[in-house]
Design a protein around this ligand. Structure first.
Ligand SMILES: [Zn+2]
Length: 340
């Protein structure tokens, strides 16, 4: 089974101009590293246009576009982004087109309703993860919303963004009520416990090690570390060694390393006591450079690096596991055997 364990959809704010600015900010480091934008100051509008990141033709990504860009994938996990205030503006997943048919004025408060509506367009393909921000209206309101998103809307997990929303993943008052509810509901928690190049994101709150308290207290909670903790990849992997119910997905990381480095990373997991069964393929589509087909190709051909590295190839079943079976098993979609 082929699964993208991490993707997004739609807009981030009612104002499409903001979504463009947000996309530009997120892509700035990539363009700079390619020498397409100045590295020592903010680019001018002309420089942005010349780089190809034009204001014209910014694509709206809905379920149709996601399926189109995921040929060959059995399942696509689509993650909500919960409401948060950023520079005085409320952002979060919204349906700027109204195409999803959520019958209410557009608002990030409805982020989970939009994701449920995406799942409704193709329930065999999409797996929807809710999102809540315990600082938005307080932990109690977040817990109520999470229960609604799972019980009423039928979403399959929850995605959390502590370092963007400025709360600590190990905060007993703010964060633990959300984990307790997720554990009670029996859903996995995917958490952006990793870095971000966004200027407002707080790196110190991104450290994977903050999740150690979560694993110690919530022994039955399945925790998926997004982006394999990039740039603290070894720290994230160590948590997978320690905590039986911890997993990690490879989005963003897999886009930022060569196939050779991916092979070396996967090869070192078992010697450092991390079962490869705990890792999932993901893309962070529709982010820039996060082409699902290209990234999956990097994974499925990874053993072409084995000879040059002087290391044994990764067994085919384990590569298949990374491509989707591991995630499916974690979510209970697959039994003991794969469809493939
Ligand atoms: Zn993401």
């Amino acid at each position: 089974m082929i699964i993208d364990a991490h993707s997004h959809i739609l807009g981030l704010a009612a104002d499409p101009e903001f979504t463009i600015e947000y996309g530009r900010e997120g892509s700035l480091c990539i363009y700079r590293s390619m020498g397409m934008l100045p590295s020592h100051r903010m680019p001018t509008e002309e420089e942005w246009e010349a780089s190809g990141f034009t204001r014209k033709g910014w694509p709206v990504i809905g379920p149709k576009e996601s399926v189109r860009d995921h040929p060959g994938f059995d399942k696509i996990v689509v993650l909500a982004i919960s409401p948060q205030w950023l520079d005085g503006r409320l952002i979060g997943t919204v349906d700027t087109t109204g195409d999803l048919g959520v019958d209410a004025p557009m608002h990030p408060d409805l982020c989970n309703d939009y994701i449920a509506a995406v799942v409704d367009t193709d329930p065999d393909r999409f797996i929807g993860f809710a999102s809540v921000n315990p600082l938005y209206r307080g932990p109690d309101a977040a817990v109520v919303e999470l229960e609604r998103a799972v019980v009423e809307l039928g979403l399959s997990g929850v995605k959390l963004y502590p370092m963007y929303q400025h709360w600590a993943a190990n905060d007993r008052d703010v964060a633990f009520p959300v984990y307790a509810k997720a554990q009670e509901l029996g859903i996995p928690v995917m958490i952006h416990q990793a870095g971000s190049t966004r200027i407002d994101a707080k790196l110190e709150l991104g450290r994977p090690a903050l999740l150690d308290d979560v694993g110690r207290v919530f022994r039955d909670l399945r925790v998926i570390i997004a982006h394999c903790g990039l740039p603290w990849v070894d720290e994230a992997l160590f948590l997978l060694t320690k905590h039986p119910n911890f997993y990690a997905e490879l989005s963003y990381l897999i886009a930022s390393i060569t196939r050779r480095d991916l092979f070396l990373l996967l090869s070192k997991c078992e010697p450092m006591f991390v079962p490869l069964e705990k890792l999932f393929f993901g893309t962070d589509y529709p982010g820039f450079l996060y082409d699902p087909v290209g990234l999956m190709g990097k994974l499925t051909t990874v053993n072409e690096e084995a000879e040059a590295c002087g290391l044994p190839p990764i067994p085919r079943t384990k590569v298949d596991g990374l491509a989707g079976d591991n995630f499916a098993r974690t979510l209970g979609i697959l039994g003991a055997t794969s469809k493939r």
